[in-house]
Ligand binder design. Sequence first.
Ligand code: KIV
Length: 269
Amino acid sequence: MKKHNTRTLRNHKIQKGTAPLQMLTCYDFQTAQMLNESEVDLLLVGDSLGNVILGYDTTVEVTLEEMIIFSSAVKRGAPDKFVVADLPFGTYSTFESGIENATKLFQKSKTEAIKLEGARPHHLELIKRLTESGIPVMGHIGLTPQSVHELGGYYTHGKDEKSKERLIKEAKDLEEAGVFCLVLECVKEDLSKSISESLNIPTIGIGSGDYTDGQVLVINDLLHLGKNDPPAFCKPIENFYEQKKEAVSKYLTQKKTVNPYNDGTSLNH
Ligand code: KIV
């Protein structure tokens, strides 16, 4: 399939009869090689890296250096895919730090775009400057995990009038600031539908219902690579945690029955 670019992505609205965009997260070279051969539209090196790969409690702990290491590995494995890298927590708290760190991440990882969370005035100003200087930006609103402590937990957004109005305004402001695509995370389905219909850029939903222009899933949830069950909105396609455990156990059982030094007369270890 042909590699996407910001022009093909910007235009990708399901109301125009196109199939929803499929984005998956990816964190390593070998998985990226496999996804490079798949029909997936775009890859996200999400800062969910912190939770599923590095074992951190939240994405707040992920650093810029870690994002550069993992996103450049993904880009090496998936040269034919449009790859987006997350700008991690604390690296864009001010306009100046945002410009410096986004440029560093974009340049060193060689990904096609970066993503950042939020739509406060300084985010909008930053997005405008980054896009004007040639760095495509994907937006992200609703549940923004980097603000989990400030938000007071992980929950669905857009349930009351105030939150609805705020999200509608944030989506419009981000489109105006120049994002080429917008992630809606855990946004109530009716609201994510009306936001998607009101924007000219595509929305990509996670836990936000079926009416967005695309969907994104954390690949470790989709393939059930972890010990714990994924969030309720993700129905794993396989349970590779159990399959890998069984495979390792099969190998160990085979090895334990064969000891080339054991002639049957000694039980020395
Ligand atoms: O970090 C991530 O994986 C994300 C997706 C859930 C959108 O931001």
